[in-house]
Structure formats: C-alpha cells, structure tokens
Design a protein around this ligand. Structure first.
Ligand code: ZN
Length: 104
C-alpha cells in the first residue's frame, strides 16, 4: 500500500512520527480546513519523486512547498520567501540540516 505520492505506508508512518512541525518554517501543522497554505504537504528534499527514502521525504507546509518548487534547497534558502520568514539552515529541522551538510 502506498499513498497518492507513492510513499509506502511504513515510511509515511515513520515520517509522520518524526515531523511534528513543518521542517522548513517550523510552524505547527494546520488542517486543510484551517488554512490551505499552512496545511501539510509531502516534500521531496531533492526534487526527484523517485527518491523515496526517509532522508528525502518530509512534511512541510504547502506555502513552503510551493515556494521551493524545483529549486535546490540551498538556492531556495537564499530567496526572499525564506529571508522574510527567517527560514535558514539554523531554523530548519535536523533532517534538513543533514541534507544541507550533504550538499543540497
Ligand atoms: Zn512552511
């Protein structure tokens, strides 16, 4: 069984247990009803849908996901969107810090 994003149920469970706040902006999860922009979405840190590992899959808000789009992580962190929101390598969740350390 995999979800719509091709993420196996086991991995989905693991990621949901790990990511309790959004990995980039650190905001609390909101339901789709409360805010579309601040609801959870599946993120591939390296923008390649074929990399389905717990190192590459995480939960971020729709706003961050839409802003990051196809950009490489380090390039996205330089954008106005991130600067305005104080999103940087210090504010990111450990999984993101690791990705940056690995050259993303
Ligand atoms: Zn966010």
């Amino acid at each position: 069984m995999a979800n719509n994003w091709n993420i196996p149920a086991e991995l989905e469970k693991e990621v949901r247990e790990r990511d309790k706040i959004y990995v980039y902006c650190g905001n609390e999860f909101l339901s789709h009803k409360e805010s579309t922009k601040a609801s959870a979405s599946w993120e591939h840190i390296i923008n390649d849908a074929s990399i389905i590992t717990k190192e590459n899959i995480c939960l971020c808000c729709r706003g961050c996901n839409a802003s990051k789009g196809q950009k490489q992580l380090s390039a996205w962190l330089q954008t106005k969107y991130c600067k305005e929101r104080g999103i940087n390598s210090d504010s990111n969740a450990p999984i993101i810090k690791r990705a940056i350390a690995n050259g993303q």
